[in-house]
Design a protein around this ligand. Structure first.
Ligand SMILES: C[S@@+](CC[C@H](N)C(=O)[O-])C[C@H]1O[C@@H](n2cnc3c(N)ncnc32)[C@H](O)[C@@H]1O
Length: 385
């Protein structure tokens, strides 16, 4: 890091004597090696290297009390500094320059190769040739067992699969027995996932929302991830869906204030993300509909989203909220892409896919749930008219 390097931010406003006095006072607390200011042109230039922001906020409050008529100006200075989202940390200070260079790994690509990045996915036999999605399956809700229905689709024709399988908790679904022996559960689940992998395009993604049954000590999210990795898909990452659900039901007897068998509680679920063949999904940049703000927010892999509150209304016991589907679809697919949900329930994935201009296919074993999914699509169509 060069000693003369600073991050410069510029604020344009009329500077009068009162502001000048405030600035002099504020920056008298700091040395040139942290932050300094210059009056440049029609405004104020700040030169930032490092700053203890908590302390800076206090100083700003102090200056605002001294110059109450200029509160807005001093708030805007603080705002501009708070807006900077890339920085390093050293003790209590935010480091605004050079923090990334210090950490930079030289010859990153070669080192990745040597380590064997996603070694488990090497030597796959996935065809690179993608196929068109058949017209008869476009924008359809189909009642049936996904293992059977998916067999009717060609290889490599779906861009994104987003789904949440039955969790085997013993939930009362309309037409599916939830809560079978775990071997049986995984056999069926993996038979359906095998079909999902086959129909996924080269460069397509599959995103699985799961909540492990902690009371059975079954880490479904790890078992599912191992399955996909053995099938040579690349584990692209994991998103924590923080539900702030503090009403976790289970507490083992004797767990209170005793190390004998404390029971860990979770207020979140997981989204496991896999890519077939390559991490890069081909698409026309013009058809990316995610905004800069959404992108910046959503690539942080902890999403605070309230659970679905309308489950009674839809008559389904285990829906995910539309916001979750919206983020997954916008972050991982382009407009016009094909989105599939093989456990579509009452159609949260499909209605959001429709809203976002994707081609959708939803499959569920329950006729009742599929009817609801169709009704939601119809409502969406009427809304769009
Ligand atoms: C966790 S729910 C999905 C809910 C959905 N995400 C929503 O928001 O409405 C799982 C669904 O899988 C369905 N299901 C279970 N076995 C199936 C199978 N073999 N083929 C298709 N759907 C199945 C159940 O009927 C249930 O609706």
């Amino acid at each position: 890091m060069k000693g003369t390097e600073y991050k410069r931010i510029y604020l344009k406003f009329q500077i009068d004597n009162e502001i000048l006095l405030g600035l002099q006072k504020l920056f008298s607390y700091y040395s040139y090696s942290d932050i300094f200011y210059k009056i440049e042109g029609e405004g104020l230039a700040l030169y930032l290297k490092q700053l203890n922001l908590t302390d800076f906020r206090k100083k700003i409050q102090h200056i605002k009390r001294m110059f109450p008529n200029k509160s807005e100006i001093f708030d805007s200075i603080l705002n501009e500094i708070e807006k900077i989202k890339s920085y390093g940390l050293k003790g209590k200070k935010r480091i605004f320059v050079g923090y990334d260079k210090e950490r930079k790994v030289k010859e990153r690509k070669r080192k990745e190769l040597e380590r064997g990045a996603y070694f488990y996915a090497r030597g796959h036999n996935f065809s690179r040739k993608n196929n068109p999605f058949p017209d008869e399956f476009k924008n359809k809700i189909i009642v049936g067992d996904s293992e059977e229905v998916l067999k009717k689709l060609p290889d490599n024709c779906v861009d994104l699969i987003f789904t949440s399988p039955p969790y085997n908790f013993g939930i009362e679904y309309e037409n599916h027995k939830d809560g079978v022996n775990w071997d049986k559960y995984f056999d069926k689940l993996f038979a359906i996932f095998n079909e999902c992998i086959r129909v996924l395009k080269y460069g397509g993604r599959i995103v699985i929302n799961v909540q492990p049954l902690f009371s059975d000590y079954i880490p479904i999210h790890h078992i599912i991830s191992n399955f996909f990795m053995k099938k040579k898909l690349i584990w692209k990452g994991e998103i924590i869906w923080e539900k702030h659900n503090y009403n976790c039901k289970y507490t083992a007897w004797g767990s209170w204030k005793s190390p004998s068998n404390p029971y860990l509680k979770y207020t979140w679920e997981f989204l496991e993300i896999f890519a077939k063949g390559t991490l890069k999904h081909q698409g026309n940049k013009e058809l990316a509909d995610i905004t800069a703000d959404e992108f910046k927010k959503w690539v942080y892999a902890r999403w605070d989203i309230t659970p679905e509150i309308n489950m009674k209304k839809y008559g389904h016991p285990a829906m995910f909220p539309e916001e979750l589907a919206k983020r997954v679809i916008k972050l991982f697919s382009f407009k016009g892409d094909v989105v599939l949900d093989p456990f579509n329930g009452v159609g949260t994935t499909t209605v959001v896919a429709k809203r976002l201009g994707r081609i959708y296919l939803g499959i569920d074993i329950s006729e009742e749930y599929c009817k609801k999914a169709e009704e939601r699509i119809l409502k969406e169509e009427n809304r769009l008219l």
